[in-house]
Ligand binder design. Structure first.
Ligand SMILES: [Zn+2]
Length: 333
């Protein structure tokens, strides 16, 4: 292991289903020789690709945590070909607390890669994923949602690929996941990427990787969860790793590119004039920030400098200057 202090209770090279913890040493007041238990499940059956399925990278994003927990219990080695590595609570301290960032070190795992093996827990987890797990993998799926502050329609996120083969595979994975929307990045990725995300870590190790924004608002809906579970199985099937699965007809995915975010420029209570996926024209008034502390004051108007559709929307009413209230995206073509 290149410098990591994390040890795995599961052997990655043995057929069968294995469950245990990645032990991250963490010496504290109440536990001098303690460790942080990052749950891991591996399912392996002979030759085939290796895929890493992750949720709880941000701890307040629950759709993926439920879908992967169910998958861990449901899949048997005989169902699959190759090897599946599953991290249900990737940044365990954050996921245990139901927070985006770790309460131990304030670390935002998806802004921490490539990490530091000797750094605080979030740094050590990032390093382990990038330097130990990613090099074993051909594919990675990192499941996110809008978390506590945003909500999205179910959206797959991907790069455009750095080789014709990678581009083709990313399109196949997108079609397999079959979310109603895809946010296709215009730049980044590849071996040279400096992105601090799990997608960046995958890119540096040559792993074909997608992520998803599945909903959010700190909640889970039956329809989005069903779409997530179906998408995961369709992805495994598409890669030849779940041969017995009967994939139904795809619904199709609308490819988008994000134009930018609309921000609050005042403090107060935000009133949105738009719902998710509503059309917005450049210059439209899309919301107002009210000032109930001084109810005689006119609200601060929020204007969109972008045209397109609302891809994400702020959840909480209270806003401060600098808070993202919308992301606006347009059709890729
Ligand atoms: Zn996230």
């Amino acid at each position: 292991m290149p410098g990591t202090l994390i040890t795995s209770e599961v052997d990655f090279d043995v057929d069968g289903k294995h469950a245990g913890f990645l032990r991250l040493p963490h010496s504290t007041h109440r536990s001098a020789y303690g460790w942080i238990p990052v749950p891991i499940v591996t399912i392996r059956n002979g030759e085939g690709p290796t895929i890493l399925l992750m949720s709880g990278n941000h701890g307040d994003e629950y759709e993926g945590q439920i879908a992967l927990t169910k998958l861990c219990r449901e899949l048997d080695p005989g169902d699959i070909r190759g090897r599946i590595l599953i991290l249900t609570m990737t940044n365990y301290p954050a996921a245990e607390a139901g927070l985006r960032t770790s309460p131990i070190d304030d670390g935002n795992l998806n802004r921490t890669f490539p990490g530091d093996p000797l750094g605080p827990p979030t740094q050590a987890i990032a390093h382990y994923i990038e330097e130990v797990l990613m090099p074993m993998c051909n594919y990675c799926v990192d499941l996110h949602s809008g978390g506590s502050s945003l909500v999205y329609p179910p959206t797959l996120l991907r790069g455009r690929g750095h080789t014709p083969e990678e581009s083709q595979k990313l399109v196949e994975l997108q079609e397999a996941f079959d979310a109603p929307y895809a946010w296709v990045f215009t730049s980044g990725g590849g071996r040279q990427t400096t992105a601090r995300t799990a997608l960046g870590a995958a890119g540096r190790k040559g792993v074909v990787s997608i992520m998803a924004e599945l909903g959010g608002g700190g909640a889970v809906t039956p329809s989005v969860l069903a779409l997530t579970e179906r998408g995961l199985k369709r992805v495994l099937h598409c890669l030849g790793m779940l041969p017995g699965y009967q994939a139904d007809a795809a619904n199709g995915t609308r490819e988008l590119r994000v134009q930018g975010s609309v921000y609050a420029y005042d403090i107060g209570v935000f009133e949105s004039f738009k719902e998710l996926c509503d059309e917005v024209q450049t210059g439209d008034l899309v919301g107002a920030i009210h000032h109930p502390e001084e109810p005689w004051r006119e609200p601060t108007i929020v204007q969109s400098q972008y045209g397109g559709i609302v891809l994400s929307k702020r959840v909480q009413g209270r806003v401060e200057r600098g808070d993202c209230v919308f992301q606006i995206a347009t059709d890729w073509e």
